[in-house]
Design a protein around this ligand. Sequence first.
Ligand SMILES: Nc1ncnc2c1ncn2[C@@H]1O[C@H](COP(=O)(O)OP(=O)(O)O)[C@@H](O)[C@H]1O
Ligand SMILES: [Mg+2]
Length: 236
Amino acid sequence: MLKLESVSIAYGAIQAVRNVDLEVNPGEVVTIIGANGAGKSTLLKGIAGLEKVVSGRILIDGEDKTGVPPHKRVNLGVALSPEGRGIFPDQTVRDNLLLGAYSRGSRDKTVNDTMEREFERFPRLKERQNQMAGTLSGGEQQMLAIARALMTKPRLLLLDEPSLGLAPLIIAEIFRTIRDLRKSGLTILLVEQMANQALAIADRAYVLETGRVTSQGTGSELLNDSKVRAAYLGNH
Ligand SMILES: Nc1ncnc2c1ncn2[C@@H]1O[C@H](COP(=O)(O)OP(=O)(O)O)[C@@H](O)[C@H]1O
Ligand SMILES: [Mg+2]
């Protein structure tokens, strides 16, 4: 579904992503783990078309989409739930979801059905649909960010640190949501600092260090890799 071939992304002189090769197959949950500043968010933004690729190629369904702008990538079925959530605090929950749907470019008639589906998935968003998004708890805001991305009806969901800053119980709920989404057939590329939980849920995983892929394997291979354990899982 997604293939990166030697992708590099830079901010001026800073090379944030260096020659990354990565693949996500239909139905997989793939996770990228790595320290702060490793280039994880930059990589997801590159895949969403929000950062320009300096060299290399991004293939979607086998076709070169490297230069395609973000809104057209949404039409190809790629949606990003960004780090920090990126919701509009002074808009209602409902309007945030509508903005998500409209980022697809066209106002289609299924928007209300799609919103109803997300309200079923996240009943708390339904209860709070007329509340300003900024008044939601951190966990609810994260759910809103995921629901907003899902409003575009993606085939590939890019999730950037969905557990960031949340309490353990809420994190468990977020991971439950990710499992449910996988069960529904969605393909997911997950960036996480909760490396343990991310690797436990992932079919495959990549480790990113200063912009480069330094390890890859199945989730359980990396969970049992002593170097990965020492660097990212806080034990040996
Ligand atoms: N908008 C930006 N302008 C300049 N440098 C940036 C910008 N965003 C990120 N960087 C730099 O790029 C590198 C990778 O950052 P990022 O992709 O956010 O890493 P991660 O998500 O793994 O923490 C870091 O060195 C960071 O300082
Ligand atoms: Mg990041």
